[in-house]
Ligand binder design. Structure first.
Ligand code: PSU
Ligand code: MN
Length: 336
């Protein structure tokens, strides 16, 4: 219900089973750990719709200055569609929910100097007072702590090709299994194994939908992947109702809403497929593993497509942000 919006779901359970003094103590520690921008704080106080945005896409996902310009443009798209953007990052050890323009520029210029921070890295980045850009997993969990349940990005991480040898599956997937945030994205890049990614999400209990009427779960640069979602969502209201039901039953797991890239922004299947194959081959030859893998592949695909993939990437992030804002608006109207 409305009054519980700011309370993380772990504490929701705590309301039933743990003494209230413990809950209060945890809550006050939490609120001093998260630092809110004035805009985000006001939106939370006034129960306005909010959309969380990640920061690894800024530091590791795109080159400067396109990363800075895109981050600012995406925030504007969220505002223009009636919601308040909350870009999340860790600045010198301090978790920030909502960044100033200067903080966004700082992260954009830092690029790969910033720590790419997933769930496992969070405590270390905080304790060592480092500057960290949050991945989908860390952004989801921090958004949830802050009481934000809709999140827009480009693509989520997934199960890497060659998983049977490397066991490399993104922490985004397990986070989706344990954190009730809806992630609006353009699906999963075919640098990854899309079929295995969807199987992993099913095992994790994650609701996976395609926005619109095409049956396929989208493949980021292209509208189809050859793999189907479990359902189609046609309107923001329909998405909001599913999110509300997820909260109502305290499911504590996430939702992926895959929005196919617009036809005019989509890339040629064969062209991008070839670039991806080359990039994956190079990453194996160069022994790129672990958290370096995804940024390496993104950068090489950008280079190999002569910057065309960056254009598609920027267009799809904006589209996702506009749909996420509309979903957040409808969710707020449902009093969630
Ligand atoms: N996919 C993209 N752009 C990105 C990422 C993924 O198209 O910027 C980033 C996101 O922050 C995502 C992270 O959470 O990469 C996944 O990294 P890994 O595969 O190491 O879990
Ligand atoms: Mn990985």
């Amino acid at each position: 219900s409305r009054s519980l919006r700011m309370v993380p779901s772990t504490l929701l359970v705590g309301r039933l089973t743990v003494s209230s003094s413990l809950s209060t103590r945890r809550l006050s520690t939490l609120s001093s750990t998260l630092r809110f921008s004035d805009e985000v704080k006001a939106a939370l106080d006034q129960k306005k719709p909010l959309v969380a945005l990640e920061s690894t896409i800024i530091s590791h996902g795109m080159p400067y200055p396109a990363n800075y310009e895109t981050a600012i443009a995406v925030e504007k798209v969220v505002r223009d569609n009636g919601a308040v953007p909350a870009t999340i990052a860790i600045i010198e050890g301090q978790i920030q929910i909502g960044l100033s323009q200067e903080q966004i520029r700082h992260l954009a210029k830092m690029g790969r100097e910033a720590v790419k921070a997933s769930r496992r890295d969070l405590a270390v980045v905080m304790a060592k007072k480092q500057t960290g850009a949050t991945t989908v997993s860390a952004t989801m969990l921090l958004a949830h702590r802050a009481g934000i349940s809709v999140f827009a990005t480009g693509g989520i991480g997934g199960v890497h090709r060659g998983y049977e040898d490397t066991m490399d599956a993104s922490a985004d997937l397990t986070e989706l299994g344990r954190t009730p945030v809806a992630v609006v994205c353009a699906g999963v890049k075919s640098i990854l194994d899309i079929g295995r990614t969807l199987e992993f999400l099913e095992t994790q209990g994650v609701t996976v939908a395609t926005y619109g009427s095409t049956p396929d779960f989208p493949a980021f640069f292209t509208r189809t992947s050859g793999f189907q979602s479990m359902l189609n969502i046609e309107t923001p209201k329909e998405a909001a109702e599913i999110i509300a039901a997820n909260h109502a039953v305290n499911l504590q797991s996430g939702i992926v809403i895959g929005v196919p890239i617009a036809k005019e922004d989509a890339m040629d299947d064969a062209l991008v497929g070839e670039a991806i194959n080359v990039a994956v081959k190079e990453s194996i030859e160069q022994g790129i593993v672990g958290k370096e893998s995804t940024p390496f592949l993104l950068k090489r695909v950008n280079e190999l497509t002569g910057g065309n993939s960056l254009k598609s990437n920027i267009a799809l992030v904006k589209q996702n942000a506009s749909i996420a804002a509309k979903i957040a608006k409808d969710l707020a109207a449902l009093n969630m």
